[in-house]
Design a binder for this molecule. Sequence first.
Ligand code: ADP
Ligand code: MG
Length: 346
Amino acid sequence: MSFFDNLFGQWGSDMAIDLGTANTLVAIPGEGIVLNEPSVVAMDNNTNRVLAVGYEAREMIGRNPGSITVQRPLADGVIADYDVTMAMLSYFINKAAPRRRFYQPKPRIAICIPCGVTSVEKRAVFEATLEAGARQVFLIEEPMAAAIGAGLPVDEPTGSMVVDIGGGTTEIAVISLGGIVTYRSLRIAGNELDEAVARHVRDVYNLSIGSRTAEDIKIAIGSALPIPTGELDMEISGRDLTTSLPRVDIVQSEDIREGIRNPLSQIVVAIKEAFLETDPDLAADIIRNGILLTGGGGLLKMLDVLLTRELEVPVYVSETAFSNVVEGCARALENPEALRRSYTQK
Ligand code: ADP
Ligand code: MG
């Protein structure tokens, strides 16, 4: 720290944002992750005002009266509601921003949004981030950020493959020499698995459950293959479909596995196709380097084993599955080459 740094604070503090369909993370280089909240907004239908954002809004899901709408504005990897997305983004930026002193310049912000968005939406996020108080904005391609964050050798002449399974989208990319060589986005990911769990519990246990319970079940006992250490079960409560009364039941991991089989196989097929379409030289690199599985959905039990078996390529789960993207954005801010490649308007 120089004399002036001490006097003026860190000059032009930077900020990295992962605007995910399920969770938004904000990191400040040197400080690490300073915000990690669900991408959820609660609105008052009568006044159209934002009532709550993040954790506070998520607590309202399933408990809201008719006058309040609780939504995930990025639900399917696309911006379902522009104004609400922007309100959420500026709320998070302001919450995470270190208190600025009057002489401190605005931060530069590197932000990732789901890759499936249109160029109009990209531009919109870009503008909104500027409006929310950025001096300069860099939109980083999400798979690239995930790869940088996970420490893959993105700038080297070797192929790396990244599969990021989030809430709304599964994104598959092959990266080499600092660029994305092939890319594919699929609107089937964590949320779709939750819905499949809820449908199956309905059919098999005659029980109606909410989306939060379905997600809890998936995370606790869901698996892509039989669990070698023994199958699991879980006590849940829901509403009996016949009597309409609350009922407690015990669900088995075998049943949940059967329930998510269909959406899961669509994800597996897409990854397999993407790999098979990869140029042979890059494919040889990928066989040697393995495939990185990241994003919260990548943590599904036994998914890495299933993919390794199906693709005949080693697939490994990132230990930092939730934070790779925001970490990658933060590192990109320190890398002039990565910033030069990012989407930035003149
Ligand atoms: P996004 O980038 O879209 O915001 P995340 O990478 O934060 O998404 O991942 C969120 C998804 O990961 C959710 O669908 C959540 O249910 C799922 N998830 C989180 N932990 C697990 C787990 N242990 N097993 C399976 N799915 C998980
Ligand atoms: Mg993500």
